[in-house]
Design a protein around this ligand. Sequence first.
Ligand code: ATR
Length: 287
Amino acid sequence: MGQISAKSRLAAVFGHPVSHSLSPLMQNAAFAAAGIDAVYLAFDIPPDQLPAALKGCAALCCLGLNVTLPLKEAIIPLLDEVTPEAHLIGAVNTVEFRSGRLIGHNTDGRGFLLGLQRELGVKVEGGRVLIVGAGGAARGLAVALLNAGVERLSIANRTYPKAERLALLLSSHFPDAIIEPEPIEKERLSRAMERAEILLNATSVGMAERDPSLIPAELLRKDMVISDIVYHRETRLEAAARAAGARFLPGKAMLLYQGVLSFEIWTGQEAPVEVMKRVLTENRHSG
Ligand code: ATR
């Protein structure tokens, strides 16, 4: 971090809990490398304190704000504007303070796409994707993928009606894409996997060391691109993907590139990606 002066701006992440967040390390390193006179702090904000905290941040002329669990949905009615993408996802992770207006963005899904492009050279336009999971994380990724022109999206979920509901909602916004729900059941998964070029685990399965992979290893192919939102450890899915010879994008890349996009929204400058990446690689804490 550079020296804090009377001109230094504040940037922050709000969460509850937030003490394990890697964003302060990543963003402070980025500010220092880019010569931006700002300091990024983490604040534990219980949901009932969010309106006051947000108002305080605006009054302090914050440079920018990230919000994480469980505040990503609750912040929406408190903002002046949200991007169409964040509106459809139903969650905001980045707030821009622009001429006194609070504008909500969601960089999680687009961060994943940027990671695919920069780390693996993969573009998703016209592609066929299988997402496992139908919760908030899956929704964010699905919207970004469909916005980027994915042609076919299968959504497999343990609770099948949730996959159906998400597929229906997305179909009404992306009528040109083929969007289909799938149960997590051997034969249906096997067929969905045959069609898919990209496989994405958007569930929390893999966070615990003993967690299995929801996709049987024998269904993974060398020609696939595979990714896992879990970044706390090497998951079974990651190990199986590497064993199959597939290209794999680690969850930490998503964390990195959502931060890269937040940085660029706040500063209007290109983010120092390599510096931010080094911080995440060197640090094994979760958050
Ligand atoms: P997030 O906002 O992080 O996506 P979430 O909305 O609670 O969190 O969604 C968690 C996702 O992980 C869901 O798709 C959930 O499946 P269900 O809808 O059936 O609950 C999935 N998930 C969590 N634990 C799972 C498990 N043990 N097996 C299969 N899916 C699991």
